[in-house]
Ligand binder design. Structure first.
Ligand SMILES: O=P(O)(O)OC[C@H]1O[C@](O)(COP(=O)(O)O)[C@@H](O)[C@@H]1O
Ligand SMILES: [Mg+2]
Ligand SMILES: [Mg+2]
Length: 351
């Protein structure tokens, strides 16, 4: 439901209001409160920086082959301990190979990236946590049943950004809200009851070091953005890349933009880098609920169905007009052929 509380209202009060309006959200609210408790703990830990030990110390490899840093493991243990106290049957975590069974009779399943933006650990840059909450499907024959449904079955989704401020971005399926942690009180408080992604933008986010590996539509789209007013897009673009999905998406949710992590030609990158269940699908729900669009380039993310819990998916999301523009490149076209270098307003053959 949409949140109508005043700015500054504590998360707990907002959740209680949501449950009053829709009692079916009671268990979901309990899960969100548990995730928020873990986020407060991790925020304090990150805030101490190197005074709290070497959070970037390398450990084992995780399911995706990434080296786990100390903070990846600390965050995973903190959030799964919190979820054990909530009505959660199963957890799919980036940091666990298999689905974790918590409270078997509980009604909900949670997909979680306990620590997003791991390359930013230890350099005082923004990192975060991402989660998506789904109904738990009890199917003894299929231990993945709760997670092999479309992203549109998510009941709620959110992420936390541990940045200059610790923020919680949340949707309960109707609108996207933001909260900021009041460090003095250890409580998240409402800062925006309805985030709204502007339909158009002049800002894109992509890891440009991968340009030589991109497919033709992404290459053409980014090249045209870079040509600015000299090219068919006829506007000068800015580029931002924080290497932290949560921070990049918080910017897109706040002032618009388009975020791309496409598939590319590198080994194991045919479907990009981001994981469908605990990164792409929650972000897609938040972006859609804020009036933006989220696709894999062409197909709506929330229609995609995972076949494994660590499956990847390309992500193109943010301002609706810009995401639609990327889709035209994938469909083999250009957004406005009438403004091509040859025929456009500044073209050689202006009519
Ligand atoms: O290092 P790259 O290829 O730019 O990838 C950065 C992306 O990888 C991620 O760090 C992946 O998440 P994890 O840190 O949870 O593995 C995203 O937050 C970020 O957008
Ligand atoms: Mg991540
Ligand atoms: Mg992670």
């Amino acid at each position: 439901m949409a949140i109508s509380a005043a700015i500054g209202t504590p998360l707990e009060t907002c959740l209680a209001q949501a449950v009053d309006a829709n009692p079916a959200l009671k268990d979901t609210a309990a899960v969100i409160a548990a995730v928020a408790r873990s986020a407060v703990e991790i925020s304090e830990r990150i805030g101490r920086g190197a005074l709290g030990g070497d959070l970037a110390a390398a450990g084992e490899h995780n399911s995706d082959g990434d080296v786990q840093k100390a903070l990846d493991v600390i965050a995973h243990e903190s959030v799964t301990a919190a979820l054990r106290t909530a009505p959660v049957a199963e957890v799919a975590s980036e940091e666990a190979e298999e689905v974790m069974q918590l409270n078997p009779d509980a009604p909900l399943a949670v997909a979680i990236d306990p620590l997003d933006g791991s390359s930013n650990i230890g350099v005082n840059m923004a990192v975060g946590l991402i989660f998506g909450i789904r109904p738990s499907i009890k199917d003894p024959a299929n231990p993945l049943a709760s997670f092999t449904t479309p992203g549109s079955t998510q009941i709620a989704a959110g992420f936390v950004t541990y940045g200059p401020a610790t923020a919680l971005i949340l949707t309960l399926g109707e609108g996207t809200q933001s909260y900021v942690l009041d460090r003095a009180e250890g409580t998240f408080k409402l800062t925006s009851p309805a985030m709204s992604v502007p339909a158009s933008t002049k800002e894109f986010a992509i890891n440009a070091s991968n340009a030589r590996h991109w497919d033709a539509p992404v290459k053409a789209y980014i090249e045209d953005c870079q040509r600015g007013t000299e090219g068919p897009r006829d506007k000068d673009y800015n580029m931002r890349w924080l290497a932290s999905l949560v921070a990049d998406i918080q910017r897109v949710l706040t002032r618009g933009g388009v975020f791309l992590y496409p598939g590319d030609a590198r080994k194991n990158y045919a479907r990009g880098r981001l994981r469908l269940l605990y990164e792409v699908a929650p972000v897609a729900m938040l972006v859609e609920q804020a009036g933006g669009t989220a696709t894999d380039g062409q197909t709506r993310i929330l229609d995609l169905v995972a076949t494994g819990i660590h499956e990847r998916a390309p992500l193109v999301c943010g301002s609706t007009e810009e995401v639609a523009c990327v889709a035209t490149y994938y469909a083999g076209g250009k957004p406005d052929a009438g403004r091509s270098p040859l025929f456009g307003q500044r073209g050689l053959m202006r009519s």
